[in-house]
Design a protein around this ligand. Structure first.
Ligand code: PBG
Length: 327
């Protein structure tokens, strides 16, 4: 009789037949920062902090020491610096360029990834430039936005970013950013594209963390419809053709089918973002004593990797790396 249970009989056998294993090197830690000298706990994301520049450097160093290769930075920008054209996003002495320089100086081997999108800097709270039609309709201008994203990417590259990561979902931005980086002499700066980024309610806690929720309307004319699958294949082919180095699916847990399909469609590395709402669900259930935090977090990350992700952006990166190291 064929008995699949023989392969599950002992821990030793299970470890030999295990198809997916998690490592700290799979993780990318998203980090929030602000101009303030004080660190501020983020109310909408228990256990996550918005750091001062000094603390950011210290915390990133701790993460790196645990084997986490990369961080991705998200700034909270003061209201007074926000504008309709988001000029602050390519200010050479802005918060992000200063953070990149400080991180690279303190931790030269840490991979620094930056988010390319206008929302933290845009007085309208959208990822692109907002215009109103005569009928009062909200229009997010594509090509005008892409030109600003190129400036932002160049600004981050000049400051020393290893990877720029456009999360805006404008059309044609990967090709335009690639060209701007190459023309600027930054052939070695990579693009991690948010290829299949869905218009998800799971981003709610993140927008609270940065005060970056859209002032008006929603993001459905640029982020993808959660009901769509084939469209992710289309976006994958486009980003690959435009020269992306790595592709991302976001959110992760509710979109494992998309991760698997993107994995099959491309030979590029695939990243998945376990977003703020996914984090919050697990954290709050664990805090209530309803789920075993360590077990469910590691299981959720294993599921994301099993689906086909090579890299996982997760707010649990440090905790998970600690657990994997037996701490
Ligand atoms: C915005 C951006 C968002 C996230 C990452 N970059 C929010 C949004 O698109 O509204 C969400 C991350 C998370 O929820 O953890 N460019």
């Amino acid at each position: 009789m064929i008995r699949p249970r023989r392969n599950r009989r002992t821990p030793a056998i299970r470890s030999m037949v295990r198809e997916t294993s998690l490592q700290a090197s799979d993780f990318i830690l998203p980090m929030f920062l602000h101009e303030d000298g004080e660190d501020t706990p983020i109310a909408s994301m228990p256990g996550v902090t918005r750091w001062s520049l000094d603390s950011l450097v210290r915390e990133a160093g701790e993460a790196h020491a645990l084997g986490i290769p990369a961080v991705v930075l998200f700034p909270k920008i003061e209201e007074a610096l926000k504008s309709p054209l988001a000029e602050e996003c390519h200010h050479e002495n802005g918060l992000i360029p200063r953070a990149i320089r400080a991180l690279k100086a303190a931790h030269p081997t840490l991979c620094v990834i930056t988010d390319i999108a206008l929302d933290p800097y845009n007085s309208d709270g959208h990822d692109g430039v907002v215009q109103r039609s005569e009928r009062g309709e909200l229009i997010i201008l594509n090509d005008e936005t892409v030109a600003i994203l190129c400036e932002q990417a160049l600004c981050h590259a000049k400051a020393g970013a290893d990877i720029v990561s456009p999360s805006d979902m404008m059309d044609g931005r990967v090709a335009a950013i690639r060209e701007a980086l190459d023309d600027g002499g930054f052939q070695d700066v990579s693009i991690l594209s948010y290829t299949a980024k869905y218009a998800s309610a799971y981003y709610g806690p993140f927008r609270g963390a940065l005060d970056s929720a859209p002032k008006d309307g929603d993001k459905k004319t640029y982020q993808m419809d959660p009901a769509n699958f084939r469209e992710a294949v289309r976006e994958t082919r486009l980003d690959e053709a435009e020269g992306a180095d790595m592709l991302m699916v976001k959110p992760a847990g509710p979109y494992l089918d998309i991760i698997a399909r993107v994995r099959e469609t491309t030979t590029l590395p695939v990243a998945a973002y376990q977003v703020s709402g996914e984090y919050l669900m697990l954290k709050s259930a664990a805090a209530a004593g309803w789920l075993d935090e360590r077990a469910v977090v590691l299981e959720s990350l294993t599921g994301i990797k099993r689906a086909g992700a090579d890299m996982i952006l997760t707010y649990f990166a440090k905790q998970a790396a600690g657990w994997l190291a037996g701490k």
